[in-house]
Design a protein around this ligand. Structure first.
Ligand code: ZN
Ligand code: ZN
Length: 183
């Protein structure tokens, strides 16, 4: 069974939010070959037992009152545009999109009046591979650093260690945006 399509998180297996793993989903009670392993915000503690299909359909949100991205983190702190997204978009990101784990409370960037797609956590090599000055500018602006301060910081970025960058792309203008954090 093909994974559902997530508009704002197009490749959650590559980003590490969904893993190939056989388990029974606590929401639909089906045995699935993929499970969601990102953060779950819910009243009860819910481990890695929700399937991607229940996230996509909204069933996991309805049944378990679960959020996968903190809705307050969608758009509010976009470093470059200070844009916000319409409420239905914020709800789609929070309730029907796989989240990701950062070192701090995760943020979901917004551009052109819509949520961006999340491309994954990144270190120095992943950031350089995108070859985007706009991405470098947004990472630097977000840290409120000048060029001189930013260069060693950029070299220290680590996908698995710290600090880590989180890369997004605007669905409308194609611009890359990002922010970074550490503990
Ligand atoms: Zn399910
Ligand atoms: Zn845009």
């Amino acid at each position: 069974m093909d994974l559902p399509q997530f508009k704002y998180h197009p490749d959650p297996v590559t980003t590490g939010s969904i893993e190939a793993r056989i388990a029974r989903c606590i929401c639909c009670d089906e045995i699935r070959h993929y499970m969601y392993v990102g953060p779950v915000y819910a009243e009860a503690h819910i481990g890695d037992v929700i399937c991607p299909w229940c996230i996509s359909s909204g069933l996991a949100h309805e049944k378990l009152d679960a959020e996968f991205v903190d809705i307050e983190g969608v758009g509010d702190s976009d470093p470059t545009s200070r844009e916000s997204a319409p409420q239905p978009v914020r709800e789609e990101v929070a309730y029907r999109t796989p989240g990701f784990s950062g070192w701090q409370q995760e943020r979901w960037l917004v551009h052109c009046g819509d949520a961006c797609m999340f491309l994954g956590p990144a270190g120095k090599s992943e950031v350089y591979a995108l070859n985007s000055q706009e991405l470098l500018d947004s990472l630097r602006t977000d840290m409120e650093m000048n060029e001189e301060e930013f260069r060693p910081y950029l070299d220290a970025l680590d996908k698995n260690g710290m600090p880590t960058a989180y890369i997004f792309r605007c669905l409308h203008c194609g611009k890359y945006l990002g922010y970074s954090d550490s503990t």
